[in-house]
Design a binder for this molecule. Structure first.
Ligand code: C5P
Length: 229
C-alpha cells in the first residue's frame, strides 16, 4: 500500500540543527545529526513524493532523488521553509531549531584579552512551525494540508506533547523519547505520534526509517483529495 502512495505529492522536510553565529568563527549549535529528517526525506521519495529537504549543518549524503537546500541559521531556515511550503502538500519539521540567537554577532573574531569577556546577549528566534500553522489558520491560500512537528521530551512525555501540539497548532507531533541511548546521532528512535484529532500512535524502538514510514502513513491518511486505493 505504501509504494507510490505519495506520488504527485510535494513534501518539505527539515533536518539537522541550526547554528547561530557569535562571530565569524563561533556559533551556538545543538547535537542534531539530521538522521531522522534524512530518513523522512528518503522514505517519502521512495513512496513517490517530490521532496524538498531543508538541511541545517548536516554531514550526510544527499538522499537519492531529493532536492536539498542547505541553510545555517534559524532565520535562513524560516525563509527556505516559507518559500518551499507555499507549494507543498505536507511539511514535516524534524530539524532542531535554536530558540535563541546572539542579538548582535560580532563582525570580527572576538579576541581574548585580559579583561573579562562581554556577555552574549540573546534574542528569541521565530518559531517557524507555530508561524506556519498560524498562517494556515488565517487562511493562507496555498498553506500545506498537513503540518507535522517534532518534540524531544524527557518527562511527562504525553502530557507535554499534547500541550505542545495544541500550542503549535500542527496536525501531528512526533514526540521522541530522549535518553536511554536514543535520539541525537543514533540510528534508532522510539516515539509517540500524537494527532490533533486526539489519536496517539506508539512507534516502538527501531530504525529511523521505520518511524519515518509511520509518519508518512499518518500524513497520507490526512492529505486532502486522496484518491482511493
Ligand atoms: O518548541 P520546541 O523547540 O520543542 O518545538 C520543536 C518543533 O518546533 C520542531 O518541529 C522544530 O522543528 C520546531 N521549531 C521551529 N522553530 C523554532 C523552534 C522549534 O519551527 N524556533
Amino acid at each position: 500500500a505504501r509504494r507510490g502512495d505519495l506520488a504527485g505529492r510535494r513534501v518539505v522536510v527539515t533536518a539537522g540543527g541550526t547554528r547561530e553565529p557569535i562571530d565569524p568563527v563561533r556559533f551556538i549549535g545543538n547535537r542534531s545529526s539530521g538522521l531522522q529528517g534524512y530518513a523522512l526525506a528518503a522514505t517519502a521519495a521512495a513512496r513517490g513524493a517530490e521532496v524538498t529537504l531543508i538541511a541545517a549543518n548536516t554531514a550526510l549524503a544527499d538522499p537519492a532523488g531529493v532536492k536539498v537546500i542547505r541553510v545555517e541559521t534559524a532565520l535562513e531556515m524560516r525563509e527556505a521553509v516559507f518559500e518551499a511550503a507555499a507549494h507543498a502538500d505536507a511539511v514535516v519539521m524534524a530539524a532542531a531549531v535554536a530558540d535563541f540567537r546572539p542579538a548582535a554577532p560580532s563582525e570580527s573574531k572576538i579576541k581574548k584579552t585580559d579583561a573579562e569577556p562581554e556577555p552574549i546577549r540573546l534574542v528569541k528566534n521565530p518559531d517557524i512551525l507555530a508561524e506556519l500553522c498560524a498562517r494556515r489558520r488565517e487562511g493562507g491560500a496555498d498553506a500545506p494540508g498537513v503540518i507535522v512537528g517534532f518534540a524531544a521530551e524527557t518527562d511527562d512525555v504525553l502530557a507535554n506533547g499534547r500541550a505542545k501540539l495544541r500550542r503549535k497548532g500542527c496536525d501531528l507531533l512526533v514526540v521522541n523519547q530522549v535518553g536511554a541511548g536514543l535520539g541525537f546521532g543514533t540510528p534508532d528512535n522510539a516515539a509517540t505520534v500524537l494527532g490533533a484529532d486526539g489519536s496517539a500512535v506508539e512507534v516502538p524502538r527501531g530504525p529511523k526509517e521505520a518511524l519515518a514510514d509511520v509518519v508518512w502513513d499518518l500524513v497520507a491518511a490526512r492529505l486532502p483529495g486522496r484518491t482511493a486505493e
